[in-house]
Design a protein around this ligand. Structure first.
Ligand SMILES: [Zn+2]
Length: 373
């Protein structure tokens, strides 16, 4: 019996469950004996539970599901409005709190320990079931070392966030780039649960991107995979905060749209700008079309490079049904390799402000149970 088999069966039950032992033998390729032993051990640890009994042609079989309250995770997003959520193993958010981070990096560990004390122990969760803490930050992350390598938003450089929080809280803490965390959430607990290979593009003040490849997050050599925000969309274009010029972020992000709209005397909010365009303002139409097309072209290039099954485009608190979204879709779909079959689908998705913190919960669940056991 190996940890590998535990991870394999837990993953299968999470993705396709509830499943019977016969299903697990068939899908996993493990022997009947191995499946019996591992499921008995997972059951003894409280991670899986009997869900229902199915009556087929032969003997009735019990189907196994993930036990929601067997493990809990704290997820913290260190975005412009930091949020902490408590999630269970079904991916349900049980509590959420707006938080204010301490100014000094070295105070973050004790601060998170105090946050954890609100929910466990003595709170809603027994301490022994608190399995991990996820921290989602914008910027480059060294996931193995739990290091925030560089984050423009927080101004951090080489901050050992994971070790600081682990030491203070006595629970493993995992650090991940925020777009990667959102990608893990969509795969482990969201609509992409059964899609092992997809790319995610998050449209917000900046543009984020993550790739799931064969059920594993693709991080690249330095954790920089998916940084399409800083791929050049317009050579010699506007200066970007990263130090380069003409990055996609300077053309297609919500910050760029607000900036360009302000220069043209137009409303900077995307939805308001869409309404202005719908009223026939050609400058608004042109600005949105240019921005959406730039993102669409980048998505088309990304599809040629990564070949995902689908591309999920998220926007926090809004639709992408106007000129921007249509231009993005047209530019992407018009530039896919014609021979790609089946055609990758571009799916747009409105996510809540808590999605990033929930991404952090997913990272903690993923690393502590679905990667190694
Ligand atoms: Zn840049």
């Amino acid at each position: 019996m190996s940890c590998r088999s535990h991870v394999q069966l837990l993953r299968l039950i999470n993705q396709f469950g509830p499943l019977s032992r016969a299903d697990l033998i068939r899908i996993s390729g493990l022997s009947k004996g191995a499946v019996s032993m591992v499921t008995a051990d997972l059951m003894a640890r409280g991670l899986i539970e009997n869900r229902d009994t199915v009556h087929g042609g032969g003997r009735p079989s019990v189907r196994l599901g993930i036990a929601a309250d067997s493990a809990f995770f704290l997820g913290i997003s260190l975005a412009d409005r930091p949020v902490m959520v408590l999630g269970d193993l079904h991916g349900t958010i049980l509590e959420r709190h707006d938080i204010t981070l301490p100014d000094r990096v070295e105070d973050i560990g004790p601060y998170v320990r105090d946050l954890m004390a609100r929910v466990a122990p003595g709170g809603s969760v027994p301490a022994r079931r608190m399995r991990g803490i996820g921290l989602a930050v914008s910027g480059l992350v060294d996931d193995g070392a739990g290091l925030c390598v560089r984050s423009t938003l927080t101004g951090w450089e080489n901050v050992p966030l994971g070790p600081l929080v682990t030491r203070a809280c006595g629970v493993p803490a995992y650090v991940e780039n925020d777009a990667n965390a959102l990608t893990v959430a969509q795969y482990r607990f969201g609509p992409m649960r059964e899609t092992a290979s997809f790319s995610l593009v998050s449209l917000g003040r900046g543009i984020g991107c993550g790739h799931m490849v064969g059920g594993e997050l693709f991080r690249g050599f330095r954790g920089g995979a998916g940084e399409i925000a800083h791929a050049t969309a317009e050579p010699g274009g506007l200066p970007c905060q990263c130090g380069k010029k003409g990055c996609l972020d300077t053309v297609a992000s919500l910050t760029a749209i607000a900036h360009l709209a302000a220069r043209a005397g137009l409303p900077g909010d995307l939805d308001e700008l869409e309404r202005t365009a719908a009223r026939g303002d050609l400058r608004a139409v042109e600005l949105l079309h240019r921005a959406g097309s730039a993102l669409g072209l980048m998505i088309a290039a990304m599809v040629q490079i990564m070949d995902p099954r689908h591309v999920l485009v998220t926007r926090q608190g809004g639709e992408l049904a106007g000129v921007y979204g249509r231009a993005m879709r047209q530019a992407a779909e018009g530039n896919f390799l014609p021979q790609l079959a089946p055609r990758p689908e571009i799916i747009t998705c409105d996510v809540t402000a808590d999605a990033w913190a929930f991404g952090a919960v997913s990272v903690a669940a993923d690393r502590s149970l679905f990667q190694e056991f």
